[in-house]
Design a protein. Structure first.
Length: 125
């Protein structure tokens, strides 16, 4: 059985998908853009700022599902430009100082709202 996860602490979905789904003891978090959930504005700071906002959005969905950042087992980071990798990686590392999850990072041609980063995650409940 699966359950849809929504929270006012993360941006609302901008299409026909859920911010998160729980199923089989896992939480699957859809890609989170660096969007402020209160204003709906896309973060315009540095890639480090954007990374932090995207991860904060991921964590908000996880917490709404009853999970946490410590329970993330896999993330995927989508970057518009791999030249941002080092700065993203530094900001990302601060969230996972102990036992970081498995991760993939890829450059993509374009992201929704012309964002520079999007992060999705899988965690255990």
């Amino acid at each position: 059985m699966k359950k849809q996860i929504t929270t006012p602490n993360a941006p609302a979905a901008i299409g026909p998908y859920s911010a998160g789904i729980t199923a089989g003891g896992f939480v699957f978090v859809s890609g989170q853009l660096p969007v402020d959930p209160k204003s709906g504005a896309l973060c315009t700071g540095s890639i480090a700022d954007m990374t932090r906002q995207s991860l904060n959005n991921v964590i908000a969905v996880l917490e709404a599902a009853g999970s946490s950042a410590a329970k993330i087992v896999k993330t995927t980071v989508f970057l518009a430009d791999l030249n941002d990798f080092a700065a993203m990686n530094e900001a990302y590392a601060a969230f996972f100082e102990k036992e970081p999850p498995a991760r993939s990072c890829v450059q993509v041609a374009r992201l929704p709202r012309d964002a520079r980063i999007e992060i999705e995650a899988i965690a255990v409940l």
